[in-house]
Design a protein around this ligand. Structure first.
Ligand SMILES: *Cc1c(COP(=O)(O)O)cnc(C)c1O
Length: 366
């Protein structure tokens, strides 16, 4: 069996360090927002090159709290992509704002910057790009556009931890960058977790208040906040993985390179496009294929994991489709019909990559 992600293989390498860490956290008996959380925030801020990093309960919360801290709210419109995980749009709805979906590029699957400008109107307050599957959005270009229109930018970096553009990390271009530590993400804990990076001290302070019941001082509450905090166990695990994140991402790129060598030129199969203006960290390895059902059936019967990210674009989801019935986003609709993702994780062996690629090629030939 070759799974989509293999967290056990990674744990084998981390076991000793984590067992030591677990026992230290348990001995310390300080479980929420303790010393490991503070150290993680400092280490992540330094790694990202951001002035501040504020952890929270999940990636979804990171997006939500970032919008709230920046004052995005009812009556505001936020431009985003329809080809993403639902959490991107949920966060916009949580603050009472309205998602405005702009179509994607057919090769990178990221929001099409050429179409963003036409979607900007008097209510537009922010743009929320998603660095989908680990491929950076062209942030210098997006920031130029946002600045010209006086719009906030909140980057959804749930799939792009450690992906730089010319040496500058995704998540540090906009007013805030939101990260997820869900176990399967490039930097994942063993539970839920998230983080917001920002270069603005006031935004960071607002985030710290929001994540902790609206309180600056214990049992004094200035605003209605949330309970969205990271725990010490997660922070300890994430610190151990932070020490290895560049290696993990390099291994993902190596896997992608092997797939590229073995799958390029296969008829009816389009391999991921590496746009080249940023370092793709391959959270997913996503193909466009003509015969998706047949290829996925072949993989499944060979005991190889595969999945469709994402089968339904957000404007066609039951929760949104009535409100967006007159919205047509042809590229997102088309990509969702033809996309499929292959297993990718740092520990995936050459032998397994070979077997997966061979199974895809045979399914196409059959
Ligand atoms: C995973 C993910 C999120 C949400 O993160 P959680 O930690 O699961 O809440 C948001 N946006 C994208 C693009 C994601 O992949």
């Amino acid at each position: 069996m070759i799974p989509m992600v293999d967290l056990k293989a990674q744990y084998d390498d981390l076991r000793e360090e984590l067992e030591q860490g677990f026992s230290e956290v348990l001995d310390n008996a300080q479980f929420i927002l303790g010393p490991n959380v503070q150290a993680l925030e400092e280490e992540v801020a330094a790694y990202l090159g951001a002035s501040h990093a504020v952890s929270c309960g999940s990636g979804t919360d990171a997006l939500h709290l970032a919008l709230a801290a920046l004052g995005v709210g009812p009556g505001d419109e936020v431009i985003t992509t329809p080809f993403t995980f639902i959490a991107t749009a949920e966060a916009i709805c949580y603050v009472g704002a309205t998602p405005v979906f702009v179509d994607i590029e057919g090769d990178t699957f990221n929001i099409d910057l050429n179409q963003v400008e036409a979607a900007i109107g008097p209510k537009t307050r922010a743009i929320m790009p998603v660095h989908l599957f680990g491929q950076p959005v062209n942030m210098p270009e997006l920031m130029e556009l946002a600045d010209r229109h006086g719009l906030l930018v909140v980057e959804d970096c749930a799939q792009s931890f450690g992906a730089p553009i010319d040496g500058r990390m995704t998540g540090t271009f906009g007013a805030a960058g939101a990260y997820s530590f869900f176990p399967s993400k490039n930097l994942g804990g063993y539970g839920d977790g998230g983080l917001v990076a920002t270069n603005d001290a006031a935004t960071a302070e607002e985030l710290r208040v929001l994540r902790n019941h609206g309180s600056r001082e214990r049992y004094h509450h200035n605003i209605i906040g949330y309970n969205s905090r990271l725990d010490e166990i997660q922070a300890m695990i994430l610190r151990a993985k932070m020490r290895r994140i560049d290696r993990y991402n390099a291994c993902r790129r190596r896997v992608a390179q092997s797939y590229r060598e073995q799958l390029s030129g296969v008829p009816g199969v389009t391999i991921p496009h590496d746009a080249g203006y940023g370092r793709h960290v391959y959270h997913q390895y996503t193909l466009l294929v003509h015969e998706r059902d047949r290829i996925m059936a072949a993989l499944r019967s060979a005991n190889i994991g595969c999945a469709v990210y994402y089968p339904v674009p957000l404007h066609r989801q039951p929760v949104f489709r009535d409100a967006y019935a007159d919205v047509s986003l042809p590229m997102a609709e088309k990509v969702s019909e033809y996309c499929m993702s292959l297993p990718i994780y740092p520990e995936l062996s050459d032998r397994d990559i070979h077997r997966i690629a061979e199974t895809v090629r045979h399914a196409v030939d059959a």
